[in-house]
Write a protein that binds this ligand. Structure first.
Ligand code: C5P
Length: 232
């Protein structure tokens, strides 16, 4: 498989544990996500280590600041050789455009995706942060801002993938966490979809953490998921 759809979330607290895990998988089986927990502990050196081993890295730092600061951060991330990075759409269109333009000037040109609403928010919390109720409508609105600003796509719940795919077309990249097989532990995820269902509903990439990172044989779990997605 040259173009794996699974992005394994490296939610480890230190570089050594992350590197030990990565030895057990291959770039043909999965891409890798480095989020704020691991990045804060291990820094850019780890991202370069993974990229040097030919892994596509999704740097999940969800930038949200004034446009100039976000643009500079995106340039630095692009210099590290990441494959994908993300920003909060709530930073507004000027910030999103500044991020995209910074990436367009970079040598590597990673994919840029937006975070719409955090799935940890529920309807009742939206008025508290100044948004109208109705998470689905808010996600759709924010995804529209991301598309207008020229972002490649958004991170979304697999439950929203079908709606966003219909509304924003087949080129708009949809990245979905919240993936579990039928028998998997749910951990702290509440509303999940299986890999096959998420892909059927329009997801391009599946972010999967613990079901792979905690498995006795992570490569075998990835092989099984990749086979299932391919033959769907
Ligand atoms: O272990 P698990 O498969 O639940 O990991 C999912 C990953 O996706 C974690 O890194 C988590 O932070 C991230 N994520 C998520 N839900 C979102 C956005 C990101 O689970 N809405």
């Amino acid at each position: 498989m040259a173009d794996p759809r699974v992005i394994v979330a490296l939610d480890f607290t230190d570089a050594d544990t992350a590197k030990a895990f990565v030895k057990r998988v291959t770039p043909s089986r999965c891409r890798l996500k480095v989020g704020m927990e691991l990045f804060t502990a291990a820094g850019p050196g780890l991202v370069e280590h993974l990229a040097a081993r030919n892994f596509d890295v999704f740097l999940d730092l969800k930038y949200h600041d004034i446009p100039t600061t976000v643009a500079h951060a995106c340039s630095q991330a692009a210099e590290l050789g990441v494959w994908m990075l993300n920003v909060h759409v709530l930073g507004g269109k000027r910030m999103l455009v500044a991020a995209r333009e910074a990436i367009e000037r970079s040598k590597h040109r990673p994919l840029l995706v937006g975070v719409t609403l955090l799935t940890s928010h529920n309807d009742d919390e939206l008025p508290e942060i100044g948004l109208a109720r109705g998470t689905e409508r808010q996600v759709e609105r924010l995804a529209g801002i991301a598309q207008d600003a020229g972002l490649n796509g958004v991170v979304c719940s697999p439950l929203e993938a079908a709606l966003l795919r219909r509304r924003f077309g087949k080129e708009f990249v949809l990245v979905t966490p919240g993936i579990r097989q039928a028998g998997d532990a749910m951990d702290d995820q509440r509303r999940t979809r299986t890999p096959v269902d998420a892909v059927t509903e329009g997801a391009d990439y599946l972010v999967i953490g613990r079901p792979v990172t905690r498995a006795p044989d992570p490569a075998a779990v990835l092989d099984a998921i990749n086979r299932e997605i391919l033959i769907r």
